[in-house]
Design a protein around this ligand. Structure first.
Ligand code: C2O
Ligand code: CU
Ligand code: CU
Length: 467
């Protein structure tokens, strides 16, 4: 039986502890954890936890994360939102293969060239320079053709980059700065995760049953790995780092009791100025950094975060219970950060990417510009240090994500961007039959990176491309 909503306390994932200065080790392994009270679920987690340990990063302090794979399948780990050299970026065919396993590269979309695969036995060191602004990032599996089931089983965690500029603001801090990793899952009666894989060993045949072509959703909403949790809060402002880690579910988040979200940051950190929302739509991969003020609510009040796109169990997300009075000297300043102007004229090229379902070898695939993913065949070769306008078109909901490069939304549906499009982003929700223009800056490193749909089933079904 599922728990009554708002009875399980909100967990806060523990911070990853360095094994040496600026060195971390995360072991991917199976573990049984209690998600639904009274039963256990086998997760595949970083250090056996879901979400994994939070990586606390500081701008200007590079770190090395050794990922050791003790699972029965290969993995690739990507720091989503990270400005990372290509060989540490979690390329889908750059795999860590568990000890004692032989792994034969294969794939859903024709015969991959074996030279396109790099196999690391047991472990790999991922190097993150962290030369980037403070922001809420996350890390997750990125294995070719099997990202969706491997993330569903638990291979994901939060990463927070902090810097002096963000620290200097009078925003809520410490215990009032809380990451909320939101995702949906479904469960079998025995407590195990339910997922419609064609091959539950995840070793041979990729893909999901036809009925799940549009993506896999669950009927239980988890926040930081707990079903519909409750958090006791004080009469104060809280900074909530909302992250949609779902495979395919979009949420429209609202607070009951007239509470509002004051957005201070997006995927890539602080906005220029706060933006107030009564509702926030969040697509897979996106993050919104918001401040919620509970100071007007007397102790005993309950404020529920709901998903107005959901019904039944997927309508509830979590609850805040005002438990005590405190003095609060945090505030949200009128100016938050200096952002570069989003000036179309700085673009040296314009490219169009059409995200659409197309027919391929007598079956349907999710494609970009009609072409299913081919590792090693770039669809664009922008120059480091330049900016381009990328235009995304779609036939369905496709949250479009770019590795390495960050962007600003220039136009949505031929009109001005919407208030929630503000700031620097790495993932943008492209809605059915919509055209979204973004100004992308290619900074950081040369190399092979990816753009893809962050509906993870679409990604596995080939809606990905190299640039
Ligand atoms: Cu969050 Cu390429 O992914
Ligand atoms: Cu990414
Ligand atoms: Cu998609």
């Amino acid at each position: 039986p599922l728990p009554r909503p708002f009875t399980v306390p909100l967990p806060i994932p523990r911070a990853a502890r360095p094994v040496a200065p600026n060195r971390y080790e995360l072991t991917q392994r199976a573990a049984r954890v209690e998600i639904i009270p009274g039963t256990t679920t086998e997760v595949w987690g970083f250090d056996g936890t879901f979400p994994g340990p939070t990586l606390e990063l500081r701008r200007g302090t590079p770190v090395t994360v050794r990922v050791r794979n003790e699972l029965p399948v290969p993995t690739s780990t990507h720091l989503h939102g990270g400005v990372t050299p290509a060989d540490s970026d979690g390329y889908p065919t750059d795999l860590v293969v568990p000890r004692g396993r032989t792994f034969r590269p294969h794939g859903m979309h024709g015969h991959h060239d074996p030279s396109a695969w790099t196999l690391h036995p047991e472990a790999k060191d991922y190097v993150y320079p962290v030369e980037q602004r403070a922001a809420t990032l996350w890390y997750h599996d990125h294995r070719m053709d099997f990202t969706a089931p491997q993330v569903w089983r638990g291979l994901a965690g939060i990463a927070i980059v902090r810097d002096d500029e963000d620290d200097a603001l009078p925003l809520p801090k410490g215990e009032r700065d809380i990451p909320l990793f939101i995702c949906d899952r479904a469960f079998e009666e025995d407590g195990s995760f339910r997922y419609p894989s064609l091959d539950p060993t995840l070793l041979v045949r990729p893909g999901v049953e036809d009925a799940y072509m549009e993506g896999v959703q669950g009927d239980v909403i988890l926040v930081n790995g707990a079903p519909w949790p409750v958090l006791d809060v004080a009469t104060a402002r809280y900074r909530l780092r909302l992250l949609n880690g779902s495979n395919a579910r979009r949420y429209r988040l609202e607070l009951t009791g007239g509470a509002r979200f004051v957005q201070v940051g997006s995927d890539q950190g602080l906005l220029a100025a706060p933006v107030e929302h009564t509702a926030l739509s969040i697509a897979p991969g996106e993050r919104f950094d918001v401040v919620v003020d509970f100071s007007e609510y007397p102790p005993g009040s309950e404020i529920t975060m709901v998903n107005t796109l959901g019904e039944g169990g997927t309508r509830a997300v979590m609850r805040f219970r005002v438990a005590r009075r405190v003095r609060d000297d945090s505030r949200v300043p009128e100016r938050l950060a200096d952002l570069p102007p989003a000036d179309r004229a700085t673009a040296v090229a314009t490219r169009v990417f059409d995200f659409r379902r197309t027919r391929h070898d007598s079956h349907d695939a999710w494609t970009i510009n009609g072409v299913p993913y081919r590792p090693g065949m770039p669809v664009a070769e922008p120059r480091l240090g330049t900016a381009e306008v990328w235009r995304f078109a779609s036939d369905f909901h496709h949250p479009v994500h770019l590795h390495l490069a960050h962007f600003q939304v220039l136009a949505r549906g031929g009109r001005e961007p919407e208030p929630a499009d503000a700031g620097l982003k790495d993932t943008v929700d492209v809605r059915p039959y919509e055209i979204v223009d973004v100004l992308v800056r290619f900074d950081g490193y040369r190399g092979r990176y990816m753009l893809h749909c962050h509906n993870l089933e679409h990604e596995d079904m080939a809606m990905m491309a190299d640039f």
